[in-house]
Write a protein that binds this ligand. Sequence first.
Ligand SMILES: Cc1cc2nc3c(=O)[nH]c(=O)nc-3n(C[C@H](O)[C@H](O)[C@H](O)COP(=O)(O)O)c2cc1C
Length: 164
Amino acid sequence: MAKVGIFFGSTTGVTEDIAHKIAEKIEGAEVFNIDGNEDKLEDYDVLLLGTSTWGFGDLQDDWAAIVDDLASKDFSGKKVGYFGSGDQGTFSDTFMDGIAIIDEEIQKTGATIIGKTSTEGYEFNESRAAKNKEFLGLALDEVNQSELTDERIDAWVEQIKQEF
Ligand SMILES: Cc1cc2nc3c(=O)[nH]c(=O)nc-3n(C[C@H](O)[C@H](O)[C@H](O)COP(=O)(O)O)c2cc1C
């Protein structure tokens, strides 16, 4: 069975809670704060990377501290999925941008990206994490659409399990 590692960066705990919810649905998955655990990324076949976005389109601080190191890693043979939390109302021009900043580096590692999702059902102007009506990963908005979070997680986990 594929070894699944879930790594989050979270400033106020929102993405951390989401990481644990995802872990509950994937047998054997292990959860880590990316802060201090960057070296553990190597140990898993499937990496689920979770971040929030701060400032205007800035990566969450703990990810920002290590994101430049990612490009030098060899993740060929690994599958990588992204999940993020953001606010599509107040930050409608930079919704979920953090995911895209991580993805730019992961693209250099040889990993296969899994878990893209439709942008249908969201209302935002711009997102670096959205292309051709698809997000690079799972987009969650606990500020404006918290009632949709559980069903979005369920659907995404079912989707990525098919892609492991
Ligand atoms: C000052 C500030 C800036 C933010 N900037 C963005 C942003 O640019 N894009 C976005 O999608 N969300 C933005 N957010 C929303 C947070 O990313 C969101 O609340 C997130 O769930 C926080 O997750 P965390 O506690 O795991 O860090 C911002 C929130 C605050 C308070």
